[in-house]
Design a protein around this ligand. Structure first.
Ligand SMILES: *[C@@H]1O[C@H](CO)[C@@H](O)[C@H](O)[C@H]1NC(C)=O
Length: 621
């Protein structure tokens, strides 16, 4: 284990060194314009300490939303080209009227004057109270509002985004002045590069004399007001080089917590797997030698235990088409997440590459359609299914279709709330087209290749007449055993889930892919260990309905993941509107469904190969 930890930290270190492979730094001459782009405004968090973050909304809004009345560039805002993943994940990037020139300090420049209507003011009031954040991008770097200092190491680190306004003594103030501090570094070729962006926003009264004024701009909901937006720019030299400029954004706050919980989970998982292996090895070996001994001595003795059901154990499960389809989709998800995590482990998908993670996930999922089709057809044929055409069509449509339908439904909610999170029609259409033009045909090809091949062979023949299943012990009750089986894989990942949820719902950057990779492995490992154990107990009790049982028991961890989402909702988010509840619950269900298919398939596959293995060891007349 020590060596794997060393390997892991090497990988983490490697990932630190290469944040942006293939993307060259931009060099600027003095006085050359450095564009400032604006992204959506997002609900934020108020504390540097992730443990106490509260957010009351989950919608983000377009910066140039009609209601907000922010200053627009001449000729109207232009959308910046983004990857499909970045759009699906909610980025809406536009240009802005800010004028930044390399090395040129500016003081108190007027951006524009606007008039806020009553609607605008009350909307701003709501968003500021909900702690909404601005998200600006300069030279690919997010603008940070606060420079924190790690209390243990003293290292500085930056938050992402800065607040739209502030609340003090029940008064709400709008930030209408921005002190933009850009850190630059002179590279060896004599040109300048941007290595840090800090924005301190400020609220300034309408008739303040200078930008140093302490008077604030009080927002009132029932009032029309003129607003003047101003900004200052300060360029400061920084010793940090371009290659490491993301480090301060990706600062791991208190890394020892992560290491501690990781080692904790790993120990539990290794212990568990060891335990299962011991039980199985001992038990199965004893059974096998007993069975084979009986056979040799030709003594007429009644068989018991799992040998007894050799004529039924590979009897095709009920609903074999559905199980095959789930297995196909599951295999697709397993391979996809494995490859994605390996990529990210190498630092290829760091948050500095906007949307790259989502894009890669999408592309991989689509191209791995062939694996899905292949797996599903192989198992369908193994189960003795005959509606090959139906299977080939259902496999690429069912699970993605469910995901897409939920996504579409949630999108209506988002459109209804005027949130920018709503995926534009064009992107939606593109996704559907890619799905039907690439993924579906690939999946069908995979299926037909598998149909041409021989299915899995079983070591024992299945009898014509199914055996009666004897009375099962209470401990193998369907619900209890499933719930028990799910809790261990969930336990292995529960700590990391908190950080993943923070990055999903609170717009925090997630970057600890090294940890995530290990957690993913631990989860798969515990899932298969627990499921194999359950299958063994089932077979021992002469219950040969292990196929669906192992799938559902392994997938049960997704049930806990959903429960965890509800706990997280209650503890870390305080949502206000019905629509935000609907969106949150909808996405959580979607995540759990995907996890169910993924872990369920892992469980089934382990049980399948386990069962095949043990029955090939015994002699049956
Ligand atoms: C801009 O102003 C800051 C603060 O006054 C100063 O430290 C910095 O050197 C100035 N930068 C340039 C390029 O003049």
């Amino acid at each position: 284990m020590l060596s794997s930890l060393v390997l892991l930290s090497t990988c983490l270190g490697l990932a630190n060194a290469f944040y942006l492979p293939g993307v060259a730094p931009t060099d600027y001459d003095p006085d050359q314009q450095v564009p400032l782009f604006v992204n959506t405004i997002t609900p934020g968090y108020s504390d540097s300490d992730v443990g106490h973050s509260h957010s009351r909304e989950i919608f983000s809004y377009d910066y140039y939303n009609e209601i907000l009345k922010f200053c627009r560039p001449e000729g109207g805002p232009k959308s910046q080209s983004e990857s499909i993943g970045s759009i699906l994940f909610g980025d809406r990037i536009y240009n802005s009227p800010f004028e930044l020139f390399m090395l040129k300090n500016e003081t108190c420049k007027t951006l524009c004057k606007t008039q806020n209507s009553v609607v605008t003011n009350s909307f701003l009031l709501g968003t500021i109270s909900a702690n909404y954040q601005m998200n600006w991008i300069v030279d690919g770097l997010p603008a940070s509002g606060v420079k924190y200092q790690d209390s243990q190491t003293g290292e500085p680190f930056y938050s992402v985004g800065f607040p739209l306004g502030e609340v003090a003594d029940d008064n709400v103030y709008l930030h209408n002045h921005y002190d933009i501090n850009i850190e630059y570094h002179q590279s060896t070729n004599g040109k300048y590069r941007v290595v840090g962006v800090l924005v301190s926003p400020k609220s300034m009264a309408k008739n303040a004399k200078s930008c140093d004024s302490e008077e604030k701009f009080l927002l009132k909901a029932d009032d029309k007001t003129d607003v003047t937006y101003t900004y200052s720019v300060i360029w400061t030299e920084s010793p940090n080089i371009w290659a490491t400029r993301w480090d301060k954004y990706l600062h791991v706050f208190n890394p020892s917590i992560h290491w501690f919980s990781l080692i904790n989970s790993a120990t539990i998982a290794v212990f568990l797997v060891g335990l299962v292996a011991t039980i199985l090895l001992r038990g199965v070996r004893k059974d096998i030698s007993q069975y084979n001994e009986i056979d040799l001595n030709e003594e007429v003795q009644e068989d018991s235990g799992w040998k007894l059901i050799h004529g039924d154990v590979f009897r095709a499960p009920s609903h074999k088409l559905l199980l095959s389809v789930f297995l196909g989709s599951g295999a697709q998800l397993i391979v996809m997440s494995g490859i994605t995590l390996s990529f990210s482990l190498l630092g290829l998908l760091s948050p500095s590459n906007r949307g790259s993670l989502t894009t890669v996930v999408l592309i991989l999922y689509i191209f791995l359609g062939s694996i899905g089709g292949y797996t599903s057809a192989t198992f369908y044929k193994t189960f003795g299914g005959e509606s090959f055409k139906l299977l080939a069509i259902v496999t690429p449509l069912l699970v993605p279709g469910i995901i897409f339908a939920v996504f579409l439904l949630l999108n209506f909610f988002l459109i209804f709330t005027h949130s920018s999170g709503a995926v534009p029609f064009g992107t939606m259409l593109a996704t559907v087209l890619i799905w039907f033009l690439i993924s579906v045909p690939l999946s069908c090809v995979g299926s037909f290749v598998a149909f041409k091949k021989d299915p899995f062979k079983f070591p024992v023949r299945t009898n014509q007449i199914p055996r009666q299943i004897p009375q099962q012990p209470k401990s193998l009750n369907k619900i209890t055993s499933t719930l028990l089986a799910g809790i261990l894989p969930f336990g292995a990942i529960s700590v990391e889930l908190y950080y993943i949820y923070n990055s999903l719902w609170l717009n925090k950057l997630y970057y600890m892919f090294g940890f995530l990779f290990v957690y993913y492995g631990l989860m798969l490992l515990t899932t298969s260990a627990v499921t194999v154990l359950l299958t063994y107990f089932l077979l021992k009790n002469e219950n040969y309905h292990w196929q669906w049982r192992s799938f559902v028991a392994a997938g049960a961890s997704s049930f806990y993941i959903f429960l965890y989402a509800l706990v997280y909702l209650y503890r870390s988010l305080q949502l206000k509107s019905f629509a935000s509840y609907a969106i949150y619950i909808g996405y959580s269900l979607l995540i759990s469904f995907i996890m169910f298919i993924l872990t369920g398939s892992v469980g089934f596959l382990s049980s399948f190969f386990f069962t095949r293995r043990i029955y090939s060891e015994i002699k049956v007349d």
